[in-house]
Design a protein around this ligand. Structure first.
Ligand SMILES: [Zn+2]
Length: 485
């Protein structure tokens, strides 16, 4: 018996959608130019100029975390050419779906002036006169630059990045995180070695493009029963498809136009192609996770899932990632099919006001990330950070789900969608374990489960809701082993 002297014991936090490996590598290799470090456009431009002055000639200037909604609107080729016309510059948006590049970068990437939409939805922004404006949309377009820009990721670089990541993650109270699709099959062996002991658990899914490679791991345990790979804390869940883009740059696919525009965004795959892809994933025996920010993409995804899997398949639960603008009828349909949503609740914290005033208007924004409607419907759901698309940490998600407060102007976004502390905690513990096929092993404190838990300095059930994210993590334990504290 251990007296916690007033501290609070909870099941360890699980982030069911976090780009762990990307975040680790970005932090190791790129420069953070985000809102928290450079809150104004002037701060950002000054930093980019300082970086340009510091770097050796010819070396790429690579930044990440740029926030178009909070740092003064889209970057442009002209603006980046103002930093340097000779040095290639490539800046990732925090949403990870878009980037901005200067003319030197476009030259090296050799993008033809008449390029159209690439497979997977990649495309390039244009000025009114048809020339490139510097914006690069979706992964297939960004890869044209990244293959030239990224320094080589050697095994020691990767190992160091991941070790640092696991330490930082344990300090946030995480005992498990899920990497949705952004790992390469070739990294799996290294990840099993890195998670042999002393780290949190890492669950992952592979991209649809890697379906063949994923099939090689099937007998190690996937989907509904995602068992640990031998001598590791690594497990494989399902297959990921990126169905559309980001609402922040109007590339999530909607049934209604974005506020004050005629634009509705467009899905990354035509509906019949998505159907075919999902059917292949089902045939291979995996569950599917489809990224859908807009409600039009949710329709396409649910049609494809229903056609391929029917309701409540034994392969494991199918997930709609983000489900940001899911409609009430779509939540009902998810419930009937046994499909579950996962919400990026930090969007309410950072972008609630911007969504209301610039992107969707008040009525649609009030139903963004509709956790309250899920509770009313009896539809299980999870909360995630999508880090590095928003800062990691479960307690900010819990606080925001409970208060629905947007931190930028302190307004309340859709008070009807607020949920209880208990429901919010479930969404970052047990429900998240279930959404990664690990519900039989982790996610709750009960006999027969593995000893994953977090000790908090204060009790989130007793503290003021707007103070929850400030609670200090005291200790983190994974499989009975202390990983932080
Ligand atoms: Zn993501």
């Amino acid at each position: 018996m251990i007296d916690l002297a007033g501290r609070t014991l909870l099941p360890g936090f699980i982030d069911p959608h976090q780009h762990s490996c990307f975040m680790a590598l970005f932090e190791e290799l790129l420069t953070d130019v985000g809102f928290t470090s450079y809150p104004t456009r002037a701060d950002l431009i000054a930093e980019l100029k300082a970086l340009d002055a510091k770097l050796p000639a010819g070396e790429w200037l690579l930044g990440y975390n740029f926030d178009n909604l909070l740092q003064g609107g889209d970057l442009s080729m002209a603006e980046l050419d103002g930093i340097s016309k000779d040095r290639p510059i490539f800046i990732w948006y925090i949403n990870m779906h878009d980037a901005a590049a200067n003319s030197a970068a476009f030259k090296i990437a050799a993008i033809p002036a008449d390029v159209g939409v690439l497979p997977g939805g990649g495309h390039f922004g244009r000025n009114p006169d048809g020339s490139f404006n510097g914006l690069v949309y979706e992964e297939s377009a960004m890869l044209k630059f990244v293959t030239h820009a990224m320094p080589p990721i050697t095994p020691p670089v990767f190992a160091k990045a991941m070790q640092d990541y696991f330490k930082a993650s344990a300090a946030l109270g995480y005992t498990a995180t899920h990497e949705p699709g952004t790992i390469q099959p070739a990294w799996i062996e290294g990840l099993t070695k890195l998670t042999a002991s002393g780290t949190g658990r890492l669950s992952a899914s592979l991209m649809y493009e890697n379906l063949k490679a994923a099939e090689g791991y099937k007998n190690l345990g996937i989907g509904a029963k995602a068992t640990l790979f031998p001598n590791s804390r690594f497990s494989l869940f399902g297959i990921k498809i990126v169905g559309d883009g980001s609402n922040q740059t109007l590339t999530g696919a909607q049934t209604q136009p974005y506020l004050n525009t005629t634009q509705k965004g467009s899905p990354n795959y035509p509906p019949d192609e998505l159907m075919k892809m999902v059917a292949e994933i089902k045939a291979a025996g995996f569950p599917v996770q489809i990224h859908c920010n807009g409600d039009a993409t949710v329709d396409d995804a649910l049609n494809a899932i229903e056609a391929a899997y029917g309701a409540n398949p034994t392969t494991g639960l199918n997930r709609i990632e983000h489900s940001t603008m899911a409609r009430p009828d779509q939540l009902k349909r998810m419930k009937a099919l046994g499909v579950q949503p996962s919400f990026l609740m930090n969007h309410v914290f950072f972008y609630g006001a911007a969504y209301r005033d610039q992107i969707f208007g008040p009525e649609r924004t009030a139903f963004m990330d509709p956790a309250g409607a899920c509770v009313a419907e009896g539809l299980p759901f999870t909360l995630h950070t999508d880090a590095p698309c928003s800062p990691p940490g479960a307690l900010r998600l819990v606080q925001t789900a409970v208060t629905r407060v947007c931190d930028v102007d302190k307004s309340v976004i859709g008070p009807d969608q607020a949920i209880s502390v208990e429901n919010a905690l479930r969404a970052v513990t047990l429900a998240a374990a279930e959404q990664t096929g690990q519900g039989d092993r982790i996610g709750s404190l009960e006999t027969g489960k593995e000893a994953d838990f977090v000790i908090l300095e204060e009790d989130p059930f007793k503290i003021a809701p707007d103070a929850i994210m400030g609670i200090k993590i005291s200790e983190t334990w994974v499989a009975g082993e202390k990983t932080f504290g």
